[in-house]
Design a protein around this ligand. Structure first.
Ligand SMILES: Nc1ncnc2c1ncn2[C@@H]1O[C@H](COP(=O)(O)OP(=O)(O)OP(=O)(O)O)[C@@H](O)[C@H]1O
Length: 403
C-alpha cells in the first residue's frame, strides 16, 4: 500500500517545548489512522504538521510521495475539520461549503452540484440557506465536514471533531462518520482523539502517543489483544497490570508468579520483548477487568485480596480489590454481585488465563484515563471489518479546508 501521508522523523518545537519528537508514521490510501493519547501528547501538533499549520524543526512531511514540508497550507489540497466549528459566521451554509470551490474557480454549475452532493452526504441538504448561527452545534459540525469534503481532498484531517458535542450527539455523529468513511473509500484520514471509543470505532490502525512521541502503532485489534507496551495496555482498554516474575516461557504461554500465585499468561503476545521473556525477568501481566471473576478467597486458583469498593455500572459491577500480593488495587467487571462479600471482606479473583498477556516492564505506568473510560473501563471489543452501525440522522461538525 502506498502512503498518502508520511511523517518522516518529524519534530516540532514551540520555543522550549518539544511538542513532537522524531515522529514517523504512514497513512495509506483509504486508511483511517487515529492518533490517540493523553492531553498534551502531541496529537494536534502532528495533524497541524500535515495541514501545514506548523513547520517541523526537523524531518519531512510527504503527501503522495511529494515533500510538502515547506509548502503553505493552501497548496496542500487537504480537508481539515477541527473541534470548534470553524464556519464563516457571515456566510450561508451553501457559501461556506462552496468557499474552497470558488477559490479554485470551478464553474458555477459544478460548484452547485458538488455542494449539493456533500451536503447530502452529511444530511444537511435542506439547510443550505441557513446562517451558521441558526444551526445547532451538531449541524454546524456536519456542515464543516461537508466543506472539508467539497474539494474532494485525498487527505482528510479530523481534530477531535466530536469533542465539543454532548455524549448523545457524539455517539450519533460517530455513526455518521462511520457511514461517511464507507462513501469515501480512497481518502486517507488522520483522526485525532483522546477518546478510545472513537478510535476503536473508526480507525483501521491506532497510533498511541505519549510525551510528544509515538509509543505503538498497529491495528486496534492487535493493540488491544496483544499490547506491545505497558502504556498501550493501560491506555487502550484500561488494563490491570500485575507486576510479576517470569518462571518459564513456552508454547503454552508465559508462566509468571504474580498476585501471590503462579499464573499462565496464555494469550497471544505481540512480537518484541514480551514474546520471549527469560526466566527470572520481571514482567507485567495484562489483565482486562472483564477477564476476572470472583471466587472464594481461599480458592487455590484465585488471587486473594480484600474487596475495597463496588460500583454499579449498569451492565456490570466494577469491583475494586486490593490483592494480598500485588498492586494497591485491581478492578474487575463482573455481571453479578452474587457471592461477593461486603466491602472490607476477603475475596478471590479468578483469571481467564487464555486472554492474559505479558507485557514488558516491572511496574505499571502512570496513565491518564482516556476519555469516557476510567482505567479498566470496558471498551467495545474491537472487531475490524465488522459492519458499522447505520448512519443516524443528525450531527454536529466543524470543518475547514486547509485552502
Ligand atoms: N502554540 C503553542 N505554543 C506553545 N506550546 C504549544 C503550542 N501548541 C501546543 N503546545 C504544547 O505542545 C504540546 C503538545 O500539544 P498538542 O496540542 O499537540 O497536544 P494534544 O495531544 O493534541 O493535546 P490535547 O488532547 O489536549 O489537544 C503540549 O505540551 C502543548 O502545551
Amino acid at each position: 500500500m502506498s502512503a498518502v501521508i508520511r511523517f518522516d522523523s518529524v519534530s516540532v518545537t514551540y520555543g522550549a517545548t518539544t511538542a513532537l519528537c522524531d515522529f514517523t508514521l504512514e497513512v495509506a490510501r483509504g486508511e483511517t489512522v487515529a492518533l490517540l493519547g493523553p492531553s498534551g501528547s502531541g496529537k494536534s501538533t502532528a495533524l497541524k504538521a500535515v495541514a501545514g499549520f506548523v513547520r517541523p524543526s526537523s524531518g519531512r512531511v510527504l503527501l503522495d510521495g511529494r515533500d510538502v514540508t515547506d509548502e503553505p497550507p493552501h497548496r496542500r489540497g487537504i480537508g481539515v475539520v477541527v473541534q470548534n466549528y470553524a464556519l464563516f459566521p457571515h456566510m450561508r451554509v451553501f457559501d461556506n461549503v462552496a468557499f474552497g470551490l470558488r477559490a479554485r474557480r470551478l464553474p458555477r454549475a459544478e460548484i452547485a452540484e458538488r455542494v449539493g452532493e456533500v451536503l447530502a452526504m452529511v444530511g444537511m441538504d435542506g439547510y443550505r440557506d441557513r446562517m451558521p448561527g441558526q444551526l445547532s452545534g451538531g449541524q454546524q459540525q456536519r456542515v464543516a465536514i461537508a466543506r472539508a469534503l467539497a474539494i474532494r481532498p485525498p487527505v482528510l484531517l479530523l481534530d477531535e471533531p466530536l469533542s465539543a458535542l454532548d455524549a448523545g450527539l457524539r455517539q450519533e455523529l460517530l455513526g455518521e462518520l462511520q457511514a461517511l468513511r464507507r462513501e469515501l473509500p480512497d481518502v486517507a484520514i488522520l483522526y485525532v482523539t483522546h477518546d478510545q471509543n472513537e478510535a476503536l470505532a473508526l480507525a483501521d490502525r491506532i497510533a498511541i502517543m505519549r510525551d510528544a512521541a509515538l509509543v505503538d502503532a498497529d491495528t486496534s485489534d492487535a493493540l488491544y489483544r496483544r499490547p506491545p507496551s505497558a502504556f498501550t495496555a493501560a491506555f487502550l482498554g484500561g488494563a490491570n497490570l500485575l507486576p510479576g516474575t517470569v518462571l518459564s516461557a513456552g508454547p503454552a504461554g508465559v508462566r509468571v508468579r504474580a498476585g501471590g500465585r503462579e499464573i499462565t499468561a496464555a494469550g497471544p503476545v505481540a512480537s518484541g520483548p514480551a514474546a520471549s521473556p527469560s526466566a527470572g525477568e520481571p514482567a507485567l501481566v495484562c489483565v482486562r477487568p472483564h477477564a476476572l471473576r470472583t471466587a472464594p478467597h481461599d480458592a487455590p486458583d484465585a488471587l486473594p485480596g480484600v474487596l475495597t469498593g463496588t460500583q454499579w455500572r449498569g451492565a456490570s459491577y466494577r469491583l475494586t480489590v486490593r490483592l494480598d500480593d500485588g498492586p494497591e488495587s485491581v478492578v474487575a467487571d463482573v455481571p453479578t454481585l452474587e457471592g461477593t462479600p461486603a466491602p472490607g471482606g476477603r475475596i478471590g479473583l479468578r483469571v481467564d488465563e487464555a486472554v492474559l498477556v505479558p507485557v514488558p516492564g516491572d511496574s505499571p505506568p502512570a496513565v491518564p484515563a482516556s476519555r469516557d473510560s476510567a482505567p479498566g473501563a470496558p471498551v467495545p471489543d474491537p472487531a475490524p471489518g465488522a459492519p458499522a452501525p447505520a448512519a443516524p440522522a443528525a450531527g454536529d461538525s466543524a470543518s475547514g479546508e486547509a485552502a
